[in-house]
Design a binder for this molecule. Structure first.
Ligand code: ATP
Ligand code: SF4
Ligand code: MG
Length: 344
């Protein structure tokens, strides 16, 4: 892990015990968040973006959950929390062991959630407490940051987040259901930023907003993240969205991180990208597998059934595509793809 990274997650593997046996949900995912940068996580629905984040937050709602992986965090207080293997999936795993580990991570991360890491969920209103006025929610955040219940500070945060004089005072007294989509989004930013958390995780923050409002919200969010020098993980279905405000992008497909690189390199067409990334480059948005469990139990490359490129490589390589997990191929120091076609 680089010493400047706040979060470093490697070799993540996750699975769930179902009536039909063990299912792998995350095959191999990773994420590194250097300080004061914005990192994007892109992929279609069901690719494992939210689960990857949930594993960092210690919020995993099923067993066995994480079966392999190493997480390092390096937050303000310079306390390192780590876990490592062997968390071996497959035959003979011990539920008790996983449960104990998940409980331990959950209780460890509890003290960081909201305080060091703030999360904006898919729909703005679901990030707000429906029973509390906006000002009370900002008070809670201010208290987390060690400040008092200060009305003027709450108004200041609302103003910083784009509410005009008069509107800020009105919104402060309102409940979330009284706000429009755009207002709720700005109120969420005020609640999130006023906790002075170092890291903001936004999980598809503009879902549910119309296209114009999506762009406005993202531009605005980017301005705030820069102004307050936050580190951020932004999740999206849409590569073009992430292009607007991330430095690095991770591309996920069916539980596998298929590519990571500087956002400019991920966006640049010309064939130096994973075949799935190339597909994303040509699409406004790929819906994916909404509402289905996407399992990652096949041994080889999960993109194999949809990939056109494997047909152009040697028969021996084609067999590898189907049967073996593609290793990382470095295209640059900070850019890799998991694809046999790039092996020299
Ligand atoms: N609590 C759960 N129980 C069972 N399966 C789950 C659970 N949470 C996620 N999964 C499954 O794990 C896979 C990855 O889910 P995840 O929510 O991480 O996808 P995602 O990339 O965030 O998708 P979306 O863009 O739709 O939010 C999916 O197949 C999903 O059905
Ligand atoms: S590893 Fe093979 S199947 Fe997977 S993306 Fe590359 S060429 Fe296609
Ligand atoms: Mg999700």
């Amino acid at each position: 892990m680089s010493s400047s990274s706040l979060i470093s997650l490697t070799n993540l593997r996750m699975g769930i015990e179902t009536e039909r046996g063990f299912k792998t949900l995350i095959k191999h995912s990773e994420l590194e968040l250097p300080a004061k940068t914005a990192v994007g996580l892109v992929g279609e629905s069901g690719s494992g973006k939210t689960l990857t984040i949930s594993s960092i937050l210690g919020l995993i709602p099923f067993l066995p959950g994480v079966t392999n992986g190493e997480l390092w965090i390096n937050f303000k207080d310079h306390e390192n929390v780590w876990h490592d293997g062997p968390w071996i999936s497959g035959n003979g795993y011990d539920h008790h062991e996983y449960f104990t580990w998940q409980k331990r991570l959950n209780s460890r991360m509890k003290k960081y959630r909201g305080r060091t890491i703030s999360i904006i969920f898919q729909r703005a209103k679901s990030s707000l407490n429906p029973f509390l006025k906006i000002k009370d929610q900002i008070y809670e955040s201010l208290q987390m940051a060690g400040e008092g219940k200060d009305y003027l500070r709450a108004i200041e945060w609302l103003t910083d987040c784009g509410f005009k004089a008069g509107e800020a005072q009105r919104v402060a007294e309102q409940y979330p259901h009284q706000l429009s989509g755009g207002q709720a989004q700005r109120a969420v930013m005020a609640v999130t930023l006023s906790s002075q958390a170092e890291i903001i995780i936004a999980d598809e923050p503009t879902t549910g907003l119309d296209a114009k409002l999506q762009v406005e919200t993202l531009v605005f969010m980017k301005r705030l993240l820069d102004k307050f020098q936050k580190s951020a993980i932004i999740i999206s279905h849409n590569l073009q969205t992430l292009a607007k405000f991330t430095d690095t992008c991770y591309v996920m497909y069916k539980g596998l991180t298929v590519e990571k690189g500087p956002t400019s390199a991920i966006l640049q067409r010309g064939g130096r990208n994973h075949p799935y990334t190339q597909k994303l480059q040509g699409e406004v948005e790929i819906a994916g597998n909404i509402g289905q469990i996407v399992t990652a139990d096949t041994p080889g490359c999960p993109y194999f059934p949809n990939c056109d490129i494997y047909k152009k490589i040697s028969p021996e390589a084609q067999t590898r595509c189907r049967d073996i997990l593609p290793p990382k191929v470095m295209l640059d120091n900070d850019h890799f793809v998991r694809c046999f076609a790039f092996e020299r």
